[in-house]
Design a protein around this ligand. Structure first.
Ligand SMILES: [Zn+2]
Length: 318
């Protein structure tokens, strides 16, 4: 597949700015405003796609019904935080989270129809810390997990890989699929930071043994350390699994100058990781790839890294 034949989509919408986390919160509407302004300048061959609102039944493919109701009730009662953890909410947060989840489903459907090869979904709140029963770490619903189950149940796939390069371990995604051999979960993350999960020794449980791959990276390390781990562990794991679809939890908080993350990846590193993902998708998935925004808290840095990511989605694996 050449650069000319990869059809890339992007999803962004001002609706995500309605999730108000309060003043001085790193996961702010402002970070999204800066990103959206950058995405609006993308060349026209990157096709902007609409999202949609997820149905409750779709969210319940991953989350327990009582937890969904907790989110709804906390938002309706004007709580400032979810009662399950450190997630700031406002009166719009339930609706915005349902839109973020639905956007991932719309993106996955567009790629499965063959309309597009890949889509970057710029949504918020992020999702990868949310477990089936608990919102935490700025996350309410786990959108990438809902998209993976949607691919298995609604599209009949049997092998979906999720690659999570957010600087934090995606404890929610791991926990949801820990016993599931149909979902390969791979996480690159900084060692010994929030949420203090994801040791390399954790490889899955039961039928899911061997379908979780954690690659904790030392603080202050640069992209070359991650890329070496990619060669040694990620490429062999993906080749062994032979996924039919590749999802990326694309946080950009491992980027240099992020106020929360302690790694030093550059925009060129994000482009190279994207190029590798496109290579994996072209080898095993018919090119099918959907990425979604997770973290990334230096607004200008987030925008620059996301643009490098989208550009590399279009260039392909070469
Ligand atoms: Zn993060």
């Amino acid at each position: 597949m050449t650069a000319a034949t990869r059809k890339v989509g992007v999803h962004y919408d001002a609706i995500y700015e309605k999730h108000d986390t309060g003043p001085h919160h790193p996961e702010s509407a402002n970070r999204y405003r800066v990103l959206r302004a950058a995405l609006e300048e993308l060349p026209e061959e990157v096709i902007r796609i609409p999202g949609r609102r997820a149905g409750v039944a779709e969210v319940l493919m991953v989350h327990e019904a009582w937890y969904h109701d907790v989110v709804y009730q906390d938002v309706e009662s004007f709580a400032e935080r979810l009662r399950t953890g450190d997630t700031a909410i406002c009166e719009e947060s339930y609706d915005v989270a349902m839109e973020a989840c639905g956007a991932m489903l719309a993106a996955v459907d567009a790629v499965m129809r063959g309309d597009l090869d890949s889509v970057f979904c710029a949504v918020r709140p992020p999702g990868h810390h949310a477990t089936a029963t608990r919102g935490m770490g700025f996350c309410i619903f786990n959108h990438v997990a809902v998209a993976a189950v949607h691919l298995l149940r609604r599209h009949g796939l049997s092998r979906v890989a999720i690659l999570d390069w957010d600087v934090h371990h995606g404890n929610g995604t791991e926990e949801i699929f820990i016993e599931d051999p149909e979902v390969l979960y791979i996480s690159l993350h900084e060692k010994d930071i929030y949420p203090f999960t994801g040791p390399a020794t954790e490889r899955g449980r039961g039928a899911g043994e061997g379908f979780t791959l954690n690659l904790p990276l030392p603080a202050n390390s640069g992209g070359e350390v991650a890329l070496a781990a990619w060669d040694e562990w990620i490429t062999p794991a993906i080749d062994a699994f032979q996924p039919e679809f590749l999802l990326i939890s694309a946080g950009f908080d491992a980027r240099e100058h992020d106020p929360i993350g302690g790694l030093r990846w550059t925009d060129a590193d994000f482009a190279e990781m994207t190029r590798r993902c496109v290579g994996h998708a072209e080898k095993w998935c018919g090119g099918r790839l959907v990425s979604m925004l997770e973290g990334g808290y230096n607004p200008a840095g987030l925008a620059a890294a996301a643009l490098a990511h989208v550009a590399a989605l279009g260039r392909g694996a070469g």
